[in-house]
Write a protein that binds this ligand. Structure first.
Ligand SMILES: [Fe+2]
Ligand SMILES: [Fe+2]
Length: 162
C-alpha cells in the first residue's frame, strides 16, 4: 500500500508554497494598484493577502507543530534554508541567467546571494548566542540542584540524628 502520510506532507508543503506566493503576489499587486491610483483594487488585494497568510499559517501548524519547534530548531531550519539559497539554488540560477545573457537576472541574483548569506550569518550568530544563554541557564539549574541536594542531605542527617 502507498504511504499516504508522506504524500500529505508533500501536499501541505505545496499548498504552503502556493498560499505564501499568493500572499506576496497580492501584496505586490496591491502596490501596483495603489501606484496606478486604484485604491479599491489595492484594498481588495491587501485584504485577501491577509487571508492567504492565515491559510499559509494553517499549513505551517501541521508542517512545523508548535510543540516540536523550539526557537533553536527554528533557527537551524532557517539557517538550512538560507544556506541552500546562497550556496546551491542561486548559484545554479545565476549560471543559467548568465548563459542566457540575462544581465538583469544575474544582478538581481547576486543581490539575493548576498542577502541570503547575511541572513544565514545573522541566524547563526543568534543560534550561538542562544547556545551560550542555554549553557548559562544550565549552570544556574545545576547550582539550584546542588543547593537542593545539600538541603536534602542536611534534612536527612537531621532526621537520622533526631
Ligand atoms: Fe488561500
Ligand atoms: Fe533570506
Amino acid at each position: 500500500m502507498a504511504r499516504p502520510e508522506i504524500k500529505t506532507i508533500q501536499n501541505l508543503e505545496s499548498a504552503f508554497a502556493g498560499e505564501s506566493m499568493a500572499y506576496i503576489k497580492y501584496r505586490y499587486f496591491a502596490k501596483l494598484a495603489k501606484a496606478a491610483g486604484d485604491l479599491e483594487t489595492a484594498a481588495i488585494f491587501e485584504a485577501t493577502a491577509d487571508q492567504e497568510v492565515m491559510h499559509a499559517f494553517g499549513h505551517l501548524d501541521l508542517l512545523y507543530p508548535a510543540n516540536a519547534i523550539t526557537p533553536t530548531r527554528a533557527l537551524e531550519i532557517a539557517i538550512e534554508g538560507e544556506t541552500y539559497e546562497y550556496s546551491e539554488m542561486y548559484p545554479r540560477f545565476r549560471e543559467t541567467a548568465e548563459a542566457e545573457g540575462n544581465a538583469a537576472a544575474v544582478a538581481e541574483i547576486d543581490e539575493q546571494i548576498a542577502e541570503s548569506k547575511e541572513h544565514a550569518q545573522q541566524f547563526e550568530a543568534m543560534l550561538a548566542k542562544a547556545g551560550k544563554r542555554f549553557a548559562a541557564l544550565a549552570k544556574v539549574e545545576e547550582r539550584h540542584a546542588n543547593h537542593y541536594r545539600d538541603a536534602l542531605n542536611k534534612a536527612k542527617q537531621f532526621a537520622v540524628a533526631a
